[in-house]
Design a protein around this ligand. Structure first.
Ligand code: ZN
Length: 242
């Protein structure tokens, strides 16, 4: 199975999970050159095929001069790959469940084991730290580097009033974290509503539970399931395209 195929599947999974719609994107660092990454051309993620994948350098310039138009926010990916040699895949998304945690004083916390990584800390990046009066999009390397600096060594960062960026040492980890970050946000909101926002009324995972979970959690079973669903669908699409 190729990295490109995995990247197409990653996009479709995120769409099916409702964390990406017409916007948002996934990328993967090249498995042969750490100074390059792969990402789709500018198209809705649900429509991405292997033919849409473009190779970029870490300044987010296409490697091939005749490459099709890329996403405006590809600098998120290039600057994080520069800053984080351990990161092999990134998902940027506008999950509706997560955004409210980026623009209120409610902090995302790990409410269930599949999202234990939240306990490692999810910083919240405000684009105004780098640029006042922006259109909220990460349109250049300066903004991308500011976001990457805020992300630091964490598994994800919120983007105030916009969405989040989620990273992983494997593509399945970035995708799994993206999906379960969304689930955690929904469950945390429900728990907060059930308890009327009373202090300490919701029990979150503690630091020792987080540490015990994140050492092994790679979303292997989720990824295997998702791929089993998507491989035949993509094969059918390919056959239909001729
Ligand atoms: Zn965005």
């Amino acid at each position: 199975m190729s990295l490109i195929e995995d990247l197409v599947i990653a996009s479709r999974i995120c769409v099916e999970a409702g964390v990406i719609d017409a916007y948002g994107h996934a990328s993967a660092r090249s498995d042969t050159d750490p100074n390059r990454y792969f990402m789709s051309r500018q198209v809705a993620p649900e429509l991405i095929t292997e033919e849409d994948i473009v190779e970029y350098d870490l300044d987010s310039r296409p490697v091939h001069p005749n490459a099709p138009l890329g996403y405006n926010e590809r600098y998120i990916h290039g600057e994080i790959y520069k800053a984080r040699p351990d990161v092999m895949a990134i998902v940027h998304n506008h999950s509706h469940s997560v955004v409210p945690f980026s623009c209120t004083d409610c902090t995302l916390r790990p409410i269930f084991h599949m999202a234990a990584f939240i306990g490692l800390g999810i910083p919240n990046w405000d684009i105004r730290e780098s640029q006042e009066g922006s259109d909220m999009l990460v349109r250049n390397s300066t903004l991308g580097a500011s976001l990457a600096a805020k992300l630091g060594a964490h598994p994800a960062a919120l983007m105030r009033g916009h969405g989040s960026v989620v990273v992983g040492e494997k593509i399945q980890i970035a995708v799994g974290r993206t999906v379960y970050l969304d689930h955690n946000a929904k469950m945390q909101y429900q728990a907060m509503m059930m308890t009327g926002g009373r202090d300490n009324a919701v029990v979150y995972m503690d630091d020792s539970e987080v540490a015990a979970n994140v050492v092994w959690q790679e979303y292997v079973r989720s990824w295997d399931l998702w791929k089993k669903k998507w491989l035949p669908r993509l094969a059918a699409e390919r056959a239909a395209r001729g």
